[in-house]
Design a protein around this ligand. Structure first.
Ligand SMILES: Cc1cc2nc3c(=O)[nH]c(=O)nc-3n(C[C@H](O)[C@H](O)[C@H](O)COP(=O)(O)O)c2cc1C
Length: 172
């Protein structure tokens, strides 16, 4: 079997338009995290599938936030941020965390740390962190976070985001 028989090639600039790129990026499966904090007494946060581990010493992770985000300018002011790796039963919670700001945390059990980091009680892993560095990268900003506290649970499965939906899927 040759490579060209199974892969749609991206060869011209025309092919690199955002819609096609989004589709191509979407073949790579990822988990989803909730990034959240209490800011001025309000639960503030968003869902992000761009989470990745970065470094063990010092302990660093990252996610990318769109420069159009209305939430990040508030969130980045928080002393500490909570990161929660969502579980496979969190698809509705994930949509909620990406939806209207006023109801993102409705009915979602959360814990707020003394420093204001907010994590979801039913998450697979919970991290407490501070912003280590922000790197401008096109229409997103790569946010590198330093971890201060880590907790993870045993047996549940993660929420998987793939081809713009939840769970692994083959192309239609
Ligand atoms: C599965 C999923 C993954 C997402 N991943 C990201 C991400 O990595 N970065 C990002 O900026 N927004 C991501 N979003 C969108 C945000 O959750 C949120 O909707 C967006 O930031 C707009 O809200 P805001 O203006 O309050 O920030 C994702 C949404 C969903 C449903």
């Amino acid at each position: 079997m040759t490579l060209t028989s199974t892969v749609t090639q991206l060869t011209t600039n025309q092919d690199l338009d955002p819609a096609r790129l989004r589709e191509a990026f979407g073949v790579f499966p990822s988990g989803v995290v909730a990034v959240a904090a209490e800011v001025d007494g309000t639960l503030t946060g968003l869902a992000a599938s761009s989470f990745t581990s970065v470094s063990l010493e010092p302990p660093l992770v990252s996610f990318s936030v769109a420069n159009t985000s209305k939430t990040w300018p508030d969130l980045r002011r928080a002393g500490h941020l909570g990161l929660t790796v969502l579980a496979d039963h969190h698809s509705e919670v994930c949509r909620q965390l990406a939806g209207p700001v006023g109801s993102r945390f409705d009915g979602v059990p959360v814990t707020t740390s003394e420093d204001g980091a907010v994590t979801l009680d039913e998450g697979l892993a919970r991290f407490e962190c501070t912003v280590y560095r922000e790197v401008e990268a096109g229409d997103h900003t790569i946010v590198i976070l330093e971890l201060h506290r880590v907790e993870h649970s045993g047996s549940a499965l993660p929420l998987v985001f793939h081809r713009s939906g939840f769970g692994l899927s083959r192309p239609a």
